[in-house]
Design a protein around this ligand. Structure first.
Ligand code: FMN
Length: 233
């Protein structure tokens, strides 16, 4: 796919944070390369992260026992998902590359971003298990996605013998269980370690690494995962 539209899903509260600087650098660099860039600023738009009954407008298909997954599948087919979810889906549909910009929270993504995934990567829209539209054939196939995250802990702690363990283990649920599951081609994560502990020169070089990488992002090959036909499921 040719990348024309980039969507940045940004999860930080503070416009003076390092995450904000990474997001702003990405917008500037990508726009100057001719891409159309859209930013979803989750905290600024008070994004609702909870997956609830309110996500479905109108009647439930089973009023006795509530199954979010099943109700969302039906509501999607019948165009009865809540308006705020539909807006996010439109932005995703337009995107050729999606960048998730966030600070690592508890070895994972912040709740507001996880909630965006829970609600927007909806059954029937991002994947369809019944039709085997998952992983290689997920409904986001043809699009690329990547994580750009910051940490509190330094890089030396995130190694296989380090106190926190290998960063790849932390990335796996997000890169495979979320992004690959819905069919994205996943580009290598950009991890900016411990910006709060870093000297200004180090912070500047982490920002420079990011902008340098983004200038050639269209040429990057995605990560390789074992093809779905190698598994029985
Ligand atoms: N840093 C880590 O290295 N590992 C963690 O698991 C982790 N969990 C956090 C959980 C919460 C609720 C908060 C508020 C911070 C956590 N941190 C963790 C630190 C943040 O990742 C760090 O402050 C942030 O990446 C720095 O970027 P910023 O300057 O843009 O805020």
């Amino acid at each position: 796919t040719v990348i024309k539209n980039v969507l940045i899903v940004y999860a930080h509260q503070d416009s003076l944070s390092f995450n904000a600087a990474l997001k702003n650098a990405a917008v500037k660099t990508l726009e100057s390369q001719g891409y159309k860039v859209t930013v979803i600023d989750l905290y600024a738009q008070h994004f609702e992260p909870r997956a609830t009954r309110s996500d479905i407008t109108g009647e439930l298909s089973d009023a006795k026992k509530f199954s979010y997954m099943q109700e969302v599948g039906t509501a999607f087919k019948e165009d009865r998902l809540s308006h705020d979810i539909k807006i996010e889906m439109e932005k995703l549909k337009e995107a050729d590359l999606v960048i998730f910009q966030f600070p690592l929270y508890w070895f994972s993504m912040p709740a507001i971003l996880k909630g965006w995934v829970d609600r927007v990567f909806a059954n029937g829209f991002a994947f369809n298990y019944a039709k085997a539209q998952i992983y290689d054939t997920g409904l986001m196939s043809g699009k690329k996605a990547m994580l750009s995250l910051t940490t509190g802990g330094p890089e030396t702690l995130y190694t296989n013998k380090g106190l926190n363990g290998d960063m790849n283990i932390i990335l796996w649920p997000m890169q495979y269980g979320i992004l690959r599951f819905v069919g994205f081609d996943v580009l290598k994560a950009q991890v900016s370690y411990a910006p709060a502990m870093a000297a200004d020169t180090k912070r500047k070089s982490m920002l420079d690494n990011w902008t340098t990488r983004l200038k050639d992002i269209a040429k990057e090959k995605p990560l390789e995962f074992i093809p779905i036909e190698n598994f029985d499921y």
